[in-house]
Structures are given as C-alpha cells and as structure tokens.
Design a protein. Structure first.
Length: 153
C-alpha cells in the first residue's frame, strides 16, 4: 500500500534583478490575471528597481522631500499607485518582493497576511542579529525609530 504524501503548496519564485518600475507593474498585472483565473499557482517576484518614488492613495506630493528639479535632473519618476499609504522610495540595492497569491486559498485574511509578512521580516532580521519590531498603529517593520520594511498592498 502506498503511503500518502502530505499536500504541498506550490509557489513560483522569480529573482528578476533590476526591473523598471512600470515594466514590473505590468508584469504583476498580467500575473495577477493569470492567478485569478487559476492558470498559475502563487508567485513571488523578487527584484530591485532603478530609483523611483511611488505614491499611494493617501500620498501627499509634499512628502517627497527631494526637490522636483533634482527628480527631473536625475530622471527619477514618481508613480501614482492604487495601493494604500503615502510615499515610498525604491532604488538599486533595495530588495522588493511582490507576492501574487490567493489569500482565501491560503486561509488568510488581509490582516493576518500583513501580520505574517511583518513576522517573516522580523525573523529574517533576527537571523542577521538585527532587532526588528512592529510599531503600534503603523504598518511595516522598524529598527529603533527607522522603518526598514514598508508594506504596500
């Protein structure tokens, strides 16, 4: 008699290197459509972006502290996004993860999902001897008073 193997959840992981923000966004949208239709399993994109600011739905342009002339001179775009939050900077050397998954299939609520993402970052930082923590009323992970991980959904 064959022994039953435990069910395994599949997640495809792609390390894409340096990817233009707009091209990365278009890729995410295509993968999201494929994930919604069930054509692909969960996906995690790992990448970096050339310098870019993204502005969430509650973003305030005045919160970009870099002068507009500098943004133009350096060719740093500002993208308005449909995620929550304010202003986020992305740049070379900063790892960005874009999970594309079905929360229901994974038995998660949005709140639990965000908490789990924060927990993964906190535990990973601990592996490197860095004390990450949550700050009450704020999303992301902090080291002291500095935010080390932003979460944009």
């Amino acid at each position: 008699m064959m022994e039953e193997l435990p069910l395994t959840k599949v997640c495809l992981v792609y390390d894409l290197g340096l990817v233009d923000y707009h091209k990365g966004l278009l890729l995410q949208e295509r993968l999201l459509d494929s994930r919604k239709s069930g054509a692909i399993p969960d996906v995690l994109l790992l990448l970096q972006h050339p310098s870019v600011f993204t502005m969430g739905r509650s973003g305030i342009v005045e919160n970009i502290i870099v002068p507009e002339e500098t943004l133009v001179k350096e060719g740093i775009p500002v993208f308005h996004t449909n995620r929550g939050g304010d202003i986020t900077y992305h740049g070379p050397g900063q790892l960005v993860g874009y999970p594309i998954l079905n929360l229901r299939e994974n038995g998660l609520t949005v709140h639990q999902y965000v908490w789990d993402l924060e927990e993964i970052v906190i535990r990973t930082l601990a592996d490197f001897g860095i004390g990450g923590q949550r700050v009450s009323g704020r999303r992301g992970v902090w080291v002291g008073r500095q935010k080390i991980c932003a979460l944009g959904l």
